[in-house]
Design a protein around this ligand. Sequence first.
Ligand code: SAJ
Length: 407
Amino acid sequence: MKVNVIGLGYIGLPTALMFASSGVEVVGTDYDEKLVGTLASGVLTFEEEGMKELFEMSRKNGIKFTTEYQKADVYIVAVPTPYIKESKKIDPCFVVSAVESVLKVLPKGAVLVVESTVSPGTMDKFVRPAVEKAGFNPGKDVHLVHAPERILPGSMIRELRKNSRTIGADDRDIGEKIKKLYQSFCEAEIVLTDIRTAEMTKVVENTYRDINIAFANELAKICRRDDLDVYEIINIANRHPRVNILQPGPGVGGHCISVDPWFLVGDYPDLVNIILAARNINDGMPNFVLKRIHEIMEENGIKDISRIGLYGITYKEDVNDVRESPTLQMLESMGDHLAFGIKCFDPMIDEKIVENQYLDFDEFVDDVDMVVVMVGHSHIKANAGKIKGKVIFDTRNVIEGEKIYRL
Ligand code: SAJ
């Protein structure tokens, strides 16, 4: 079976490598010539644990990278779905344009799998019509499948192998065929269902996590008012066999958890309560942190906001992705304060993306009186000694010590 993976980003590349290193014939296609050139010359475009080894094995097995769409038995579309902040919707334009390009070369009978995160209904509203418009008969000339990815940035390779998957297909036999293909590397259960159920399930998973985090964030506020330790309370509560509360933090970022619940809010405005409340709680966290920064400044006699340093710009620890990051949300909401020069640093980002950002950790520490840990990168855990003596506000509960301010 020949597989053409379309889109060689965070999801497409590791997926292509998993297939190729397991012996499947794979061609990876991306319209970005530079990215294709880099991969074709044997250089990886981003790091994930275990990816180097997979890349070597895939190259040995003959994986190809190109800007051309290929004749193949199975197409896997893993292109980005940009988030439009104003409408709180994602734009399926890349998915549709990838599908249109594939249809120009697709042999009749091939399977078109969409892995990209889409809002429920996208396959019927956008993909199926694109297939029909190109003169194909879905279900006959081309078989549609939605197989949403579920992997966690930071442990993608392990999760590709170990996570259960969902395959939504119009036709059960086609679903079985694609299930078998994914079983070339996926060791966990693969559940077959229809396309609409697969779409909704993906969004439900991320919404569930958003609500759980919102609960933890609300608890943090309740505990703050009565000077209780929310982390200890969650830790003890989680020893109950049927309780599993996530951790509070400065907000929820990333392209998934902070985005997907909005699809349900948009599509079912008269039915959502808890989903919308959770979104608002999580979106309100950067402001809660900001208020707390001001309280702590006052308590410590710090008057100048430019003596405050935000550690961490990415949306979570040990990744370099800044999409919807709580730090960026906070900076945006600060408006005028930015002019007074609140400082920033992130060890995962080696170019300036915001004002007053330092690229050197020591210089950053030297220039501030208070460090606000916005992201719990391994780097800060290893370098906690270097911020000793500063006022520390740790919104991630990663620094040990008595005189540390927490959420
Ligand atoms: N966060 C907290 N407290 C927690 C856990 C996370 O505040 O206890 C914050 C993080 O700091 C981050 C945000 O939530 O800002 C999201 O991070 P995450 O690690 O929970 O999730 P993502 O966005 O990296 O990946 C999620 C995963 N979904 C679920 O766990 C249900 C992943 O499996 C999906 O593949 C991914 O979304 C996706 O692409 O949809």
